[in-house]
Design a protein around this ligand. Structure first.
Ligand SMILES: [Mg+2]
Length: 342
């Protein structure tokens, strides 16, 4: 097999800010996995929180190129098992490789990833679109521009979180979800949950820091007026079990867990445990979004607007129209890209 690694800069439509910082463009690594005349695509992007950028992702992947050259491809799951231990615990790199393996397998075997995993594209949830942190007038302008979207996910973790949601509620009838990105205390979370519930918010994502004491998570879980979804607290497979009893649901992201292979298992385990299922994304191109979209039939909540937030991108795949996913077309993850555009 041959792995080609491309570092790409993805320009955003507008500044994107959360409680930890702001960006205007995204560093991405798009990989092409070649075998038997076909190509699978995968992607991972920079994340300051998870301490990965294009250089760390690329250098981990470059180290496995010689091993891949002699590797005989059977299934994406076998490839994941073989290469996960060789990637220095760099699950962002592993995710890009695993997405490419799933895409490639589908192209070699004339199947789509979701169908191969026993899923059908029926009654799939709609995706939220993300409202980032900013001055109130900008936030309201952003909300106005998403008038046709049925679900808004609002980034919080500011000194005036409740004012923001109250102002939004006066300007939209859309379903609101909020993401505090680890910025709240136990007391703030419980107090905010009561007001947010009155404002018709559906759930709160990751109010406490990922390393908050178990007892703090348990108090929030038991006393919050709204369901609590784990994002930063649910990264890899073993976290699903750890979140059971401390969260009402989990937000799976390919880059956190190391790709589609573990993501399918995590969502199925969450279903068995009675946890709500969600898949999220980073700001990334149609390559990673089309891979994550394969999980959508397993979800209660989808938050896969990453490519929608870009001004331009070199890939073409699963799209969102006012929150509605287009059905993945073609084999694998249903994505193509044009390397000449980067
Ligand atoms: Mg989040």
């Amino acid at each position: 097999m041959r792995l080609d690694i491309h570092q790409v800069k993805l320009p955003l439509r507008r500044v994107f800010a959360i409680s930890r910082g702001a960006i205007t463009e995204q560093e991405s690594v798009i990989v092409e996995l070649h075998d038997q005349g076909r190509v699978g695509l995968g992607e991972a992007v920079k994340s300051s929180y998870y301490r990965h950028d294009a250089a760390t992702i690329s250098s981990s992947l470059e180290r496995i190129v010689p091993e891949l050259a002699d590797y005989e491809f059977t299934t994406p799951e076998a490839l994941w098992n073989h290469f996960a231990p060789l990637l220095d615990d760099n699950y962002f790199a592993l995710s890009a490789l695993d997405q490419a393996a799933h895409d490639l397998y589908g192209k070699l075997n004339s199947s789509s990833v979701y169908q191969r995993n026993g899923l059908s594209w029926r009654n799939v949830p709609q995706s939220s679109v993300t409202i980032s942190i900013g001055p109130m007038d900008e936030v309201l302008r952003e909300v106005e521009s998403y008038a046709d979207w049925p679900i808004l996910k609002v980034k919080l973790g500011t000194p005036n979180d409740l004012e923001i949601v109250e102002a939004l509620r006066q300007n939209t009838d859309a379903m609101l979800r909020v993401d505090a990105n680890c910025a709240w205390t136990v007391v703030e979370t419980i107090r905010n949950s009561i007001t947010l519930a009155e404002l018709g918010v559906e759930f709160i994502e990751q109010p406490l820091p990922a390393d908050a004491p178990v007892q703090s998570k348990r108090v929030v879980f038991e006393e919050s007026a709204l369901p609590i979804i784990a994002d930063e607290s649910c990264q890899r497979e073993h976290h699903v079990r750890e979140c059971d009893g401390l969260f009402h649901g989990i937000n799976v992201k390919l880059c956190k867990c190391g790709g589609l292979t573990p993501a399918f298992r995590m969502l199925r385990e969450a279903n068995v445990r009675g946890l709500k299922t969600m898949a999220g994304c980073m700001i990334e191109s149609d390559v990673a979004i089309s891979a994550a979209a394969q999980l959508v039939p397993l979800l209660d909540y989808a938050d896969l607007d990453g490519a929608f937030l870009l001004a331009s991108q070199p890939a073409d795949g699963v799209k969102l129209n006012q929150g509605n996913f287009t059905r993945p077309e073609g084999y694998g993850c249903g994505v193509t890209w044009d390397a000449s555009l980067v």
